[in-house]
Design a protein around this ligand. Structure first.
Ligand code: HEM
Length: 581
């Protein structure tokens, strides 16, 4: 039996309640082509996809609202789920909850303040799943009932929890080997029926791959707000006011920091979505002042997001990242590409055919793709495998976010956002704001590249990231494109623009003065070219060092990748066996 394809190509962007068959989607290429062929200003028919615009919400139909998918973008909550995640499962899932609580490597402190090792620390999780969860048990029936009820809050929590169980089960041997040797090993390649069947049913209901995702499992469905009235910088979603629901390694340490910084950043995305929608409308209406206003809101929001991102260094230590990273790897993306699961994973009771999925990654977050698409940076991505990966990442997210990003790409191209901001609006302020928005995407990606070097590259030779992209190439490819767009946009910022911006007052109500914008544009422009050259040099040095390491291992690429040697297939890789040694 084959796994039915989960993602169909599609046309409509309508959000059906979860009881309905998920609407098909239009492919990216189709949206973009349609957009390019249509004249600017003639917006395509787009069905409402913002929560507040849906009929059921306008009508206040509570039953139908409960059945809407867990993730529906809104101007208020942006890319956060519609409701804060359900932290405690109903009693029918007690066996599952108990395993999830006991699995975490560092258990919460007991009455004596001692932190005992959990099931994953002792390598006992896999056996515990097999002995404590019955494929025909109470949980299996309760999953069916939850799905039939259409209660999307519960379905989302169950999907998160079965994903955690699945990753812990499959990757437990990988983590044990890594903790012992610093090298990764093969994971389990069969997912037992008691996990595989419910996970696949829940995934189908939500329109997901049956594997851990960033939004629906590890990060955005995994926070608990402590005080709903908390008044921090990010309101109730301020980092200190949240705790984790599930964790692999330590709910109180760096894993908490890693996940909750993502959540805090995403808590700003209501403003991001709102300003993005308003910017698009302004361009379509040829309304320069409205565009300036929306772009300014976007800029202040991206600045807040970047500030929040910068707190990662202190909240999640680089030296701790590899302690939980083992559990967020995928089983794919393709046969033979992931040394942990070279033959994929068979989902017992679902399909005899091995499955391959990308792992959890911030690459499935929508903050940067929103900027990429609105500012038409995506259009400048080179036509190569790394850009294909970027597009593939965009499929690993809730359906409503996939559709939003697809539509946004088409709508921005159709409206001609870059052209209007940089030229036809005739506004030096809009031009400066456009450049500074591109610079915010650069700042995000640049910090991100620094994270990657410091949390991963300096500590592990395993060169494939959790999402399955090549670590040394993927992020630099995208950062380099942004730097190019920034460099070129700055080159279009003329002496006249400088003069206009420097001599005119900003409209009343503007939070950022024209002088401030001008100074920021100048330093962004100067930085772009230098940073681009530095990045090129850095990447070529890293690739040369990798090649040297592989050569020092007799050309053994597998070992050079940080995998335990004894698990390699006999057909290749062994020194002397295939001639490499
Ligand atoms: C310790 C911190 C972090 C590390 C080590 C890290 C690591 C990585 C890696 C290795 C990738 C490559 C894709 C893959 O997984 O295959 C990636 C992609 C990505 N991550 Fe992170 N990440 C971190 C924090 C964050 C945060 C806080 C966010 C915020 C949402 C984020 C968002 C992204 C995005 C948007 C991409 C795709 C980038 C692009 O398209 O250029 N990451 N991350």
């Amino acid at each position: 039996m084959r796994l039915a394809p989960l993602r169909q190509t599609a046309s409509a962007a309508r959000l059906a309640p979860m009881v309905a068959v998920p609407a098909a989607r239009r492919g990216l290429a189709q949206v973009s082509d349609a957009a390019v062929k249509t004249a600017r200003g003639k917006a395509p028919e787009i069905e409402p996809y913002l929560l507040e615009e849906l009929d059921v919400v306008k009508r206040g139909d509570k039953k139908a609202i409960e059945q809407l998918p867990p993730f529906v973008i809104s101007r208020e909550r942006g890319f956060l789920p519609r409701q804060d995640p359900l932290a405690t499962l109903p009693p029918a899932f007690d066996n599952l909850s108990s395993l999830l609580d006991r699995m975490t490597i560092r258990q919460p402190a007991d009455a004596n303040g001692e932190r005992k090792p959990g099931l994953l620390a002792k390598g006992e999780f896999g056996d515990a799943v097999l002995s404590e969860l019955d494929p025909e048990g109470a949980e299996a029936r309760a999953v069916d009932q939850a799905i039939a009820s259409g209660n999307s809050h519960l379905i989302a929590a169950l999907f998160r929890d079965y994903c955690f169980m699945t990753s812990a089960y499959l990757l437990e041997p990988v983590d044990i080997a890594f903790r012992k040797t610093g090298l990764y090993a093969r994971g389990r390649d069969v997912l037992p029926r008691q996990l595989a069947v419910p996970l696949k049913k829940l995934a189908d209901k939500l329109g997901h791959f049956p594997y851990m995702e960033y939004a629906s499992s590890y990060a955005l469905q995994n926070y608990r707000v402590k005080d709903p009235n908390h008044q921090g910088t990010a309101g109730k979603y301020s980092f200190d006011n949240m705790e984790l629901i599930r964790s692999f390694e330590d709910a109180a340490g760096s894993e908490r920091g890693f996940i909750l910084v993502h959540v805090e950043m995403v808590s700003y995305t209501g403003r991001l979505v709102s300003a993005t929608e308003d910017a698009l409308r302004a361009v379509t209406n040829n309304d320069a002042p409205a565009l300036e206003e929306a772009f300014e809101r976007l800029l202040t929001t991206y600045r807040k997001i970047n500030l929040s991102m910068d707190t990662m260094w202190g909240r999640s230590l680089p030296s701790d990242y590899l302690k939980y990273r083992s559990f967020i790897f995928g089983t794919g993306p393709k046969k033979g590409e992931n040394g942990m699961f070279p033959e994929g994973v068979v989902y017992e009771g679902v399909s005899d055919e091995p499955q391959f999925y990308r792992g959890e990654s911030g690459a499935n977050d929508s903050i940067v793709p929103t900027g990429d698409n609105l500012l038409e940076i995506t259009r400048h991505m080179p036509n190569n495998d790394l850009t294909k990966t970027l597009r593939d990442f965009r499929t690993y997210r809730p359906k409503n976010q996939r559709e939003f990003l697809q539509q946004l790409e088409g709508r921005a191209t159709l409206a001609g956002v870059r052209d209007f901001a940089m030229e036809t609006s005739g506004s030096a302020r809009a031009k400066a704001l456009y450049i500074l928005l591109v610079d915010q995407i650069r700042e995000f990606r640049n910090r991100h590249w620094m994270f990657t070097k410091s949390y991963i590259i300096e500590r592990s030779t395993y060169d494939i990231a959790t999402g399955g992209s090549p670590i040394l190439q993927y992020l630099p490819n995208n950062l380099s494109t942004v730097l190019k767009v920034l460099d070129e946009s700055y080159a279009d910022f003329s002496a006249d623009d400088e003069h206009t911006l420097g001599s005119q007052q900003a409209r009343s109500g503007s939070a950022i003065s024209n002088i401030e914008l001008l100074e920021a544009v100048r330093s962004a422009g100067k930085r772009a070219g230098a940073q681009r050259r530095m990045l090129e040099r850095e990447v070529s040095e890293l690739l040369a060092a990798k090649e040297k390491r592989v050569q020092s291992l007799g050309g053994d690429v597998e070992k050079g990748r940080g995998m335990l040697g004894e698990h390699r297939d006999t057909g290749r890789g062994w020194v002397g066996n295939d001639g490499v040694g």
